[in-house]
Structures are given as C-alpha cells and as structure tokens.
Design a protein around this ligand. Structure first.
Ligand SMILES: Nc1ncnc2c1ncn2[C@@H]1O[C@H](COP(=O)(O)OP(=O)(O)O)[C@@H](O)[C@H]1O
Ligand SMILES: [Mg+2]
Length: 482
C-alpha cells in the first residue's frame, strides 16, 4: 500500500518536473522567435509577452504583465491593441501598429476558444514590416495600400462622432447630416481637401448604434486600378476571367451587407463604371462579374469628392444622371477659413489629444492664438491637425510664440509652395544636394503641377503616362497635399 502510494507521488513529482521542463523549453523557444508574441486571457489580462515583443515595442515587461489591454489602450501604452480588438470582435484581426522605436509592425491576432465556445485566450503575433515596407516603396511595387480599401472598422474611425460647432452654418450642416443619418439615403459630401469629408462620412455611419455595429467599407475610387475596380466592387464568379479564384469572390458591395459603402474620390470613378453604379443605386441589386444570380444591395452609400462634379459633368467626364442621383442630399463642407469660430475649438481639441499622446504640456501664447485664428489654413482641418502635432513634438515646454508658430507653418507652407522647387532641370545646382535629392525635388514638382492642372487624379496619371496607383503612391511618398 505504502509502496503503491510513494510510486504515485513519485509519478506526480516526475510529471510536474516534466511539465516544468515543457514550460521552460516552450518559453525559451518563444524567446528565440523573431516575431513578437502577446498572449492575454479571455478578459484581456496580459499573460505573456516574449522578448521579441519587448524589443519591437520598446515597452517594459513590468508595464504590461497582468494589465488589461483595455487599460493599456486607454493609457495610450498600446493605443491600437490588437488583442482588445480580437476580444471585441471574437474574430481574427490584423492591425498595423507603429511602435515607439519607429518600427512599423503587422500584428495578427487570433481568438482561442474552449470546447464550449468560450473565449479563453487571445494571441497576437507581431512582425516588423518597416524594412519590407521601405523595400516595397523602393522597388515601386504596387502596394495593397491601406487607403485603397478599408474593410474592417478601423479603431480610429470608430471614435468619430458628429462634431459640434460654434458656427451657425456648420451647426446646420451637422444637423442635416444627423437627420440624413437616420434615413438610408445616398449622401454626397463635397469640399476642399482636409475639410473633414472622411470624418463626417464616418460620423454619419457611427451615429446610429445599429449601423455602427455594421461594416463601413471605404473605397478610394482614385486608388484602385481601373481594370480591378469592377471585380472589386461587384465580385466575380469562378471562370469570369483568367486568374479568377475558383468559387468566385464576393465584391465590396456584397461585403458591406447592411452597412455603409463609402466611395471616396467619386470623381475618379471610371466613366464606364459610373453607369453600373447608377444601376445599383436605382435597382438596389446587381450581378457579380460573370454571374447571373441577382444580389440585393442593402448598404447605404456615402460618396465624397473634392472635385467640382458639376464641372466634370460639363466636361463629360462624369455622367450627369449619376451626378443628379448622388446629389439628392448634398452636403458642402466649407473651407476652414470660412468657419473661423471652429479654429480655436479644433485647436484645443487637437492640443489635448497630442499632449496626451506625446505626454507633453504644450500651449500657445495669446498672440500666437490670435495669429492662428487669422491664418487662412489652405490645407483646412488636416493642416491644422498636422500643425498642432508638429508644435507639440517640437515644443520647448513654454507657450509657443507667434514667431515659432510662423516657423512651423512656413515649413507646412513649403509643402504647398512649389516655388521652393527648382523651376527647370538646368537650374539644378549642387546646392540642391545629391543627385537623388535633386531628382526627387524635380519629380515632386512635375507631379504637383500635373495634379493641380487635371480635374481628377486619374486624368493626371493619364497625362503623365503612368498608372493611377503609381501616381497615388508617389503622391503619398512626396507628401503632395492636393
Ligand atoms: N470635426 C472634426 N473634428 C476633429 N477632427 C477632424 C474633424 N474633421 C476632420 N478632422 C480630422 O482632420 C483630418 C482631415 O479630415 P478628412 O476627413 O480626412 O478630410 P477630407 O476627407 O475632407 O480630406 C483628419 O485627420 C480628421 O481626423
Ligand atoms: Mg478624404
């Protein structure tokens, strides 16, 4: 009896040693991985992070272990926590995170369920994609860029709520937008770049709790190559064309379900597809490419553009019938300089957000504020936001003076002001630095000019004899803001 008992306890002891060894070797193996690993329990409490995660993120293990990812998100330690999104959606989620060391990482999170279907763990795998990204840029590869299509609800967008304003004209606009949000009608938002069209579209989508839970699919009509746009929007059946996946593929209109399809830069929608879009809006149904089954279209459409659509109609670049169909409920966002009362409230809002993000206490002197109120803000809210971010980053800890403000703004202006760039290639002198820098400056100028002369990005790309996607990539790379 006693013998049997001691055998059992020896067995248990051995088993425990074995398990301890397993755990030890598992930990060691995890620490040898180049990918970062982050594991939480079902409630989001951090259970494990490997060494690679610590190196990639630049965070301390002690600041993470035992903490809930929601708290880390609120405290801006992990502002885009992938595990938090996994728990919220109970689905695999991918996010692109920029960490403190400047690495850009692709984070793929997955839920782990027990036998009864209860979420018990989440695991996120973090890969450094900064080098890959730089290489892609260098090779000029056509990147599946985030701004072409966004299917998942981007956390950033979820926060967008219907803005407040002190300007009666803006109050009216937001009031109208809120009323339209309740209807399922198509909405057209126009306005200069940076006036908040994307923001308002997301706010309309989010206004209604019911639609908020549904999908917001943003399609940048100017950034999808023309030959792909039809199959992207409508999907296709197998065999519809060479290279079509067997079994076919759902298009974005189908993916949207009863959510929102947000057609950004509608002015760039290829002419030939405009009639198809019109039919979808009128008939509330469509076919996949190569298919003959009717698919119902139940999503709401919000279109935005900074192009002058009525001019495009006159120039026969945009179909008049589609224009009238979209223009039933137009919302025109005025430039920021026409809503001066909003400048200070937006400035304060951005100041609060960026002080929080950069753990700073930046402020402006009264003269600087007076100057900012009068400044014309050619890049509208986007320029104001960039300006505040820059000033918080450069802040010396004192209230920023008018001079300092002007210095930061003149840097911004140089991005708009083409006169800074050499006029002719023969004017390029050695003062312009390396050949590469000179070539880049010259290329930026050519692209900027082509974009400002053309009515749409597609037309600019055509005039330059390059692909639209190449133009959009270069525009982003050179930070061309129009
Ligand atoms: N009412 C607002 N409140 C706070 N931020 C805003 C508001 N409107 C726009 N923004 C911010 O300004 C920037 C430009 O807005 P966006 O909607 O992208 O402009 P557009 O689509 O007209 O070019 C974005 O970073 C956005 O988050
Ligand atoms: Mg936009």
């Amino acid at each position: 009896m006693r013998n049997a008992q001691s055998t059992t306890s020896r067995d248990i002891l051995n088993k425990m040693k074995e398990q301890e060894f397993e755990i030890y070797s598992l930990r060691e193996m995890m620490n040898k991985l180049q990918e970062g690993i982050y594991i939480t329990d079902g409630r989001g409490v951090t259970l494990y992070v490997n060494n690679a995660f610590i190196n990639l993120s630049g965070l301390n293990r002690e600041d993470l272990m035992g903490k809930r990812v929601y708290d880390l998100r609120d405290e801006n330690i992990l502002p885009t926590s992938c595990c938090a999104r996994v728990i919220e959606t109970k689905q695999a989620v991918s996010t692109i995170n920029n960490y403190y060391h400047g690495q850009k990482c692709l984070v793929s999170g997955s839920p782990i369920f027990d036998h009864s279907g209860k979420l018990i763990r989440t695991i996120a795998i973090v890969r450094d994609v900064s080098e890959l990204d730089a290489m892609m840029e260098y090779l000029g590869e056509e990147k599946e860029s985030q701004n072409k299509i966004q299917i998942k609800n981007v956390p950033e967008i979820e926060k967008y709520t219907m803005p407040d304003s002190r300007e009666p004209s803006m109050q009216e606009i937001y009031h109208k937008a809120s009323n339209l949000a309740k209807l399922n009608s198509t909405i057209l938002i126009t306005g200069e770049t940076g006036t908040g069209k994307d923001y308002l579209a997301a706010a309309i989508h989010n206004l209604n709790d019911d639609t908020k839970r549904k999908r917001l699919i943003r399609i940048n009509c100017g950034a999808i190559p023309e030959h792909l746009i039809e199959s992207e929007l409508f999907g296709y059946e197998s065999g519809a064309f060479t290279g079509a996946k067997p079994g076919g593929k759902k298009g974005l209109f189908e993916e949207a379900g009863e959510g929102t399809v947000f057609l950004d830069e509608i002015g760039d929608m290829p002419y030939i597809l405009q009639v198809k879009l019109l039919n979808v809006l009128n008939d509330k149904q469509f076919y996949r490419v190569g298919g003959n089954t009717i698919i119902n279209f139940n999503a709401r459409v919000i279109a935005t553009t900074n192009a002058n659509l009525s001019r495009l109609v006159q120039e026969k670049k945009f179909r008049a019938d589609l224009y009238y169909r979209l223009n039933v409920f137009p919302i025109i966002l005025p430039p920021l300089q026409d809503r001066k009362k909003d400048i200070i409230s937006l400035l304060n809002k951005f100041l609060k957000d960026f002080n929080h993000k950069y753990l700073n206490r930046h402020s402006y002197s009264p003269e600087a504020i007076q100057f900012l109120k009068e400044y014309p803000w050619p890049g509208n809210i986007r320029e104001l936001k960039n300006f505040v971010e820059k000033s918080v980053v450069f802040s010396q800890g004192f209230a920023m003076t008018c001079d300092e403000v002007q210095q930061i703004l003149s840097f911004e202006i140089s991005n708009f002001d083409l006169s800074e760039l050499p006029r002719e290639p023969e004017n390029l002198t050695e003062t312009w630095g390396s050949l590469k820098n000179q070539m880049n400056a010259y290329e930026k100028r050519i692209l900027s000019e082509a974009i400002s002369k053309a009515s749409t990005y597609r037309e600019a790309a055509h005039n330059l004899g390059i692909d639209l996607s190449t133009l959009m990539r270069k525009k982003k790379r050179f930070n061309i803001k129009h």
